[in-house]
Design a protein around this ligand. Structure first.
Ligand SMILES: NC(=O)c1ccc[n+]([C@@H]2O[C@H](COP(=O)([O-])OP(=O)(O)OC[C@H]3O[C@@H](n4cnc5c(N)ncnc54)[C@H](O)[C@@H]3O)[C@@H](O)[C@H]2O)c1
Ligand SMILES: CC(C)[C@H](C(=O)O)[C@@H](O)C(=O)O
Ligand SMILES: [Mg+2]
Length: 368
């Protein structure tokens, strides 16, 4: 299979973890006889430095024309005092909005080898298997006006949604729940916000179309508490943009590290942007110690969901599991008696597991 993949490494640890994903994908391409063609483009702070804007036109064009997009992370202290239009994060928001990537899927599944790495008790995290479906192109992030007034003495941000924007993400929530354990938790703040009351009405309307799915409404503050006291009580969560951003970082604690979580941002026709949920981690950038697994798992997410390469995606995920089972971990993961490794070493271990796996598959094949 021949695929054009747009690589947007970004800032901070972005390029370090992107290198890992690229190397692993190259091994997959060789072993499974695919042709992955990588096209690297600028986004975020490095694009501001080179082009004066965080999302150059050519990056957007390449992203639209390719088969899928892989993104590292954007942002960092260097650009914090730039005007809003030159903030790295604006590049990320603009690519999501311009490409219409309205549905952000954030799976949170405990990897058994990491059961002790979470600061939460083993019995609490044990059965965790959640998908957060986060609305990605509306809400407070994009509402107008968003500005300072009265010489900086008052400020307004606007939370606005059109009905169709709520309908399509809620529908995605139901479809996802239907393909899983058929339990949908809709998270809102309907006791305070009008937008949440409209959201809840739409969830109730859509529920009639999905009688097999059990629907539960949970207020966002209570959901934040339940996520870490009883994560196993969740299956699929659907929520608006900002709530989903906050809850997914919180949920990463279940897996032992923010560095573990992948995500997919998709639209109706299947175009997808795949990225770890974490940021550019300026505190560890350049040290070669970042956890590359959230990025590698984002690449396997791309293989499965954008390219339909189920076997290859499984092989990558299996290789990640094996690396962790053997006790290898980067510094962000609190693994007792394991082997502390760098980003590069972790990548090599994953590649080693992949290669060993295909050799053993060959042997099995030869003897069948
Ligand atoms: N998708 C994105 O590009 C994205 C997401 C979140 C934050 N950001 C940006 O990143 C910058 C830093 O934000 P922040 O510090 O609040 O969040 P962050 O996610 O970058 O880091 C939070 C903490 O988690 C650690 N961490 C994150 N990813 C890790 C990994 N792969 N391996 C090991 N440790 C990891 C960091 O070292 C840090 O201590 C900001 O400019 C922010 O806007 C970008
Ligand atoms: C960097 C920022 C704009 C982004 C968001 O809030 O969506 C990030 O936190 C994320 O989760 O992808
Ligand atoms: Mg976030």
């Amino acid at each position: 299979m021949k695929k054009q993949i747009t690589l947007l490494s970004g800032d901070g640890i972005g390029p370090e973890i992107m290198e890992s994903a690229k190397e692993v994908l190259q091994v997959i391409a060789e072993e499974f006889n695919h042709d992955f063609i990588f096209h690297e483009h600028a986004i975020g702070g490095n694009a501001v430095d080179a082009y004066g804007e965080p999302l150059p036109e050519e990056t957007l064009k390449a992203a639209e024309e390719g088969d899928a997009i892989l993104l590292g992370a954007v942002g960092g202290p260097k650009w914090e005092n730039h005007p809003v239009y030159q903030r790295p994060e604006q590049g990320l928001l603009k690519i999501r909005k311009s490409l219409g990537l309205f549905a952000n899927l954030r799976p949170i599944k405990l990897i058994p080898a990491l059961i002790h790495a979470s600061p939460l008790k083993e019995e609490i995290v044990a059965a965790s298997d959640i998908v957060i479906i986060r609305e990605l192109t509306g809400g407070l992030y994009f509402g107008k006006p968003s500005e300072r007034r009265d010489n900086g003495n008052s400020v307004v941000d606007t939370l606005s949604y059109e009905r169709y924007e709520m309908e399509r993400i809620i529908e995605k929530g139901f479809e996802t729940a239907l393909s899983r354990r058929k339990h949908l938790t809709s998270v809102d703040k309907a006791n305070v916000l009008e937008s949440s009351r409209m959201w809840r009405e739409i969830v109730e309307e859509k529920a009639k179309k999905y009688p097999e799915v059990t629907v539960e409404h949970v207020l966002v503050d209570a959901a934040a508490m339940k996520l870490i006291t009883n994560p196993a009580s969740f299956d699929t969560i659907v929520t608006e943009n900002l709530f989903g951003d906050i809850l997914s970082d919180e949920a990463s604690v279940i897996t032992g590290s923010l560095g573990m979580l992948p995500s997919a941002s998709v639209r109706e026709d299947g175009l997808g942007l795949y990225e770890p949920i974490h940021g550019s981690a300026p505190d560890i950038a350049g040290k070669g110690i970042a956890n590359p697994l959230g990025m590698i798992l984002s690449a396997s997410f791309m293989l499965r969901d954008s390219f339909g390469l189920e076997v290859e995606a499984n092989a990558m995920e299996q290789a990640v599991n094996e690396a962790l089972e053997q006790g290898y971990h980067t510094a962000d993961l609190d693994v007792k008696d394991g082997t502390l490794v760098s980003t590069k070493e972790m990548t090599d271990v994953v590649i080693g597991s992949l290669s060993a796996r295909s050799i053993s598959d060959d042997i099995c094949y030869m003897y069948v």
